[in-house]
Design a protein around this ligand. Structure first.
Ligand SMILES: [Zn+2]
Length: 272
């Protein structure tokens, strides 16, 4: 990504805290910046809306004070009649805060199919008790095929709705997910929890996989700003606030970056 800052031929702008990353000669236009933003696969619709508003104000508008800059960013974002009483800047910056989002909490919300019991299956699953003699031969063959291909049979898992969950953290990335178990497999859940205890305790802080796009395009005291728009105790990831700096597990080696972590005791299995 090219360099761009607010120091132009006309001299430095009076508010130097804001400049796009790189800090070099710059001269990038709004169109060039917008092109980069539209090409950025990490950005969802909300992130693009925010990045484009920043890009527009910083590359094309004049402002003398931070207050004026924020006013123009709000104006660029426009009003949202669905959320008339919330501040879009706050909502969108909070959305861009660097963080790890586990697979179960991805947009799209709650998906009951991810909360199926991982316990071992004892008898083959059949979709419903059916009277084979009342079905045509073809229908019976089709039904048997569907049953054979069902995940409960191919993976040999119970598949009943999960009630007990066990947290598992990956030892290298700190990424985590929940394993679910139905009431009949409660003992199994307890055993699995015991098995992952040491692994979880040694797991690092998760590598962020969401947010952190504003710092890829614009330079500022992002830790302070994210904190201002989220909560006072917000802490940046040990991997930094810029999404550009985060390793992508499976594609790049993961450097060990340990931060002294607070060990929170207590059981990690919860009943829902
Ligand atoms: Zn089960």
């Amino acid at each position: 990504m090219g360099a761009l800052n607010l120091v132009t031929d006309q001299g430095p702008r009076p508010y130097p805290a804001w400049k796009t990353k790189g800090g070099g000669g710059g001269g990038e236009s709004f169109a060039e910046l917008a092109h980069q933003i539209y090409q950025d696969d990490r950005a969802d619709a909300d992130s693009r809306r925010l990045l484009l508003a920043f890009a527009y104000v910083i590359t094309t508008r004049d402002f003398d004070t931070p207050k004026e800059m924020w006013r123009q960013i709000r104006k660029a974002l426009g009003r949202d009649d669905r959320h008339r009483y919330t501040d879009p800047v706050r909502t969108l910056i909070e959305h861009d805060r660097p963080r790890y989002v586990p697979p179960d909490e991805r947009p799209g919300g709650y998906d009951p199919s991810t909360r199926r019991c991982d316990g071992p299956r004892l008898r083959p699953y059949k979709e419903r008790p059916y009277k084979a003699e009342q079905m045509s031969l073809l229908a019976r063959v089709e039904q048997n095929k569907r049953d054979a291909e069902d995940f409960r049979n191919t993976d040999n898992v119970c598949g009943a709705p999960g009630k007990h969950r066990v947290l598992e953290k990956q030892p290298s990335t700190g990424w985590y997910r929940y394993h679910w178990f139905c009431p009949r497999h409660r003992d199994h859940a307890v055993r699995v929890q015991e098995q992952v205890k040491a692994q979880n305790a040694g797991a690092p802080e998760p590598i962020p996989n969401a947010g952190g796009l504003l710092p890829c395009y614009f330079e500022a005291d992002w830790v302070r700003l994210y904190r201002h728009y989220t909560w006072d105790s917000w802490e940046p990831p040990v991997y930094g606030v810029r999404a550009d700096d985060w390793p992508i597990p499976g594609k790049q080696p993961v450097p060990q970056r340990a931060r002294l972590s607070l060990v929170i005791g207590g059981a990690e299995t919860e009943q829902e």
